[in-house]
Design a protein around this ligand. Structure first.
Ligand code: 3ON
Ligand code: FE
Length: 492
């Protein structure tokens, strides 16, 4: 028995081809509008509405590669479902930086995850301007379709044409220098808003210490509540969790060294150092400012967290938060191509449940699903509530880190999971759960996901049955859509 590369799977035994996976990161310059072609199954007639999705569409500017996919310009995809047919449209968000760079034919801005202007460090030193790339999420709320990126203000789009209408400060609620995170929650029945739906989001204001701003909006984007809390140190908080009474933030144990960034040697994201031995600071902020309750700080060793799946209150002392955790932060190597990533050398994202005791300030944690997972999704009526099912994108094999090729449905009641896999040629994106009209049970619905078919170098849209994860329809696009980030379903 040789120890040489003992835990590496030989290429031919992998459930995917790395070459195929890599091409899912080719830029897509086409912008079109057409009806999708049915490949198999049938689109349920009862599935009526629109799925908007966002993600990096350009992974290079005129042939000059971006350093990291999170630095790619945002491109919106719109899938409209009507009478068993699906209409598709895609369009780039015309941010100021996108327009300028397309005109110039070169990279004019540094970006957060390491993209630099050509010409070496001298061209980049002391340039702190950043391009708002509007690439992380897209929401429809208060009559506005908004492309979100957590480093800057939202961009408003025309929901019919996907035309960019410009930066949107939400009726002046946001200031010129503010930002708006890419992870709002829609609380279906907000106790603090006469049981009407609320959109809740935050914004991280960086500095020597960090300010966390939270916002609750009613259905017309009127601001119901805003809070601002200062927390010590630097923060990289991509997502948060909510319950009826709390906002919950996990402040990852990271430190930022601004010097290589200032000197133009590295991007800001490449100057973030993760300290896996240190605890995350868990900030539990009461939503009701009249409750007299103070902000609580708890601590737990939780690894690095991008996404939370859901949270809920067990009683008035205990909260559960379900999150995807990484034992190590996937740090960006400034000298390498992100497509050459050695999957097996990185830790997978895994589902953990954190139980927070607000009285004793003790946090219990439990590894729930060791399989590599990302992009958690729940039934929209269960946001912030006790719930039974969590849907996630997952790897084909049950151990190790690998590309996302399947969908996993986790059942908290039976602690069992179901997996649908599209290996070897399919690479999935975030699942979206859409309840069936008049559904009675939590998993009575459809799971929608956009798949990159690496064999055809083309994307396909897949509809799964929520109860069984059985594939019920597959539709073909005319070209590929690079791996995306987040989106939302609107039932109109
Ligand atoms: O203090 C803050 C620090 C910081 C890093 C200030 C800040 C808000 C400006 C900031 C910027 C953060 C940004 C711009 C984050 C953008 C994140 C982004 C575009 C995407 C994150 C995606 C996360 C995951 C887990 C994606 C997974 C993808 C796959 C598995 C492959 O499809
Ligand atoms: Fe995210």
């Amino acid at each position: 028995m040789t120890s040489l590369a003992s835990n590496a799977t030989p290429e031919q035994e992998k459930p995917y081809s790395k070459k195929q996976w890599q091409r899912g990161y080719d830029s897509q310059r086409r912008e079109e509008s057409y009806e999708l072609e049915l490949i198999s199954g049938a689109v349920p007639k009862a599935l009526q509405g629109t799925l908007f999705r966002n993600g990096p569409g350009l992974l290079d500017i005129n042939g000059i590669p971006v350093q990291h996919p999170f630095d790619g310009d945002g491109m919106i995809c719109k899938f409209s479902f009507q009478e068993g047919k699906v209409h598709f449209q895609n369009r780039f968000v015309r941010t100021q930086g996108f327009i300028e760079e397309q005109e110039a034919g070169t990279i004019l801005y540094r970006n957060v995850f390491g993209t630099q202007k050509p010409g070496g460090w001298l061209q980049n030193a002391f340039d702190f301007k950043q391009k708002n790339i509007a690439n992380t999420n897209v929401i429809y709320w208060g009559n506005k379709l908004l492309a979100l990126w957590e480093g800057g203000l939202p961009h408003r789009l025309d929901p019919k044409t996907l035309e960019t209408l410009g930066i949107d400060k939400l009726h002046g609620i946001l200031g010129e220098k503010d930002a708006f995170a890419a992870h709002p929650w829609i609380e279906p029945q907000s106790a603090l808003n006469n049981n009407q739906p609320c959109l809740i989001n935050f914004y991280i204001e960086p500095g020597l210490s960090t300010t966390i701003h939270t916002y609750d909006f009613d259905a017309n984007f009127n601001l119901l509540r805003k809070q601002s809390h200062n927390v010590p140190g630097f923060a990289f908080i991509h997502d948060f969790a909510i319950t009826p009474n709390y906002y919950i933030f996990f402040q990852n144990p990271v430190k930022f060294n601004p010097i290589p960034f200032a000197l133009g040697l590295r991007g800001a994201g490449e100057c973030i150092k993760f300290h896996p031995e240190e605890n995350s600071q868990v900030w539990v902020i009461p939503r009701n400012t009249n409750s007299g309750e103070s902000v609580k700080k708890l601590e737990v060793n939780a690894g690095f967290i991008f996404h939370h799946g859901n949270a809920f209150e067990i009683n008035n002392q205990q909260l559960c938060v379900d999150s995807i955790c990484y034992a190590d932060f996937p740090e960006v190597d400034p000298d390498s191509d992100f497509r050459d990533v050695d999957f097996e050398a990185l830790h997978p994202g895994q589902l953990w449940r954190f139980t927070l005791n607000l009285e004793t300030q003790v946090v219990d944690k439990e590894l729930v699903e060791p399989r590599c997972c990302e992009f958690p999704a729940v039934h929209p009526n269960k946001v912030g509530q006790p719930y039974r099912y969590l849907f996630m994108a997952t790897a084909h094999q049950s151990i190790g880190n690998a590309p996302l090729q399947g969908i996993l449905k986790y059942d908290w009641q039976t602690q069992e999971h179901l997996v649908w896999s599209n290996a070897p040629h399919g690479f999935v994106s975030e699942p979206t759960f859409v309840p069936k009209p008049d559904s009675q049970t939590e998993d009575e619905g459809w799971v929608l996901t956009l798949v990159y078919n690496g064999k055809k170098h083309c994307s396909e849209f897949v509809i799964l049955e929520g109860k069984t994860l059985e594939e019920i329809a597959r539709l073909g696009l005319k070209y590929h859509i690079p791996y995306g980030l987040h989106g939302s379903w609107i039932s109109q």
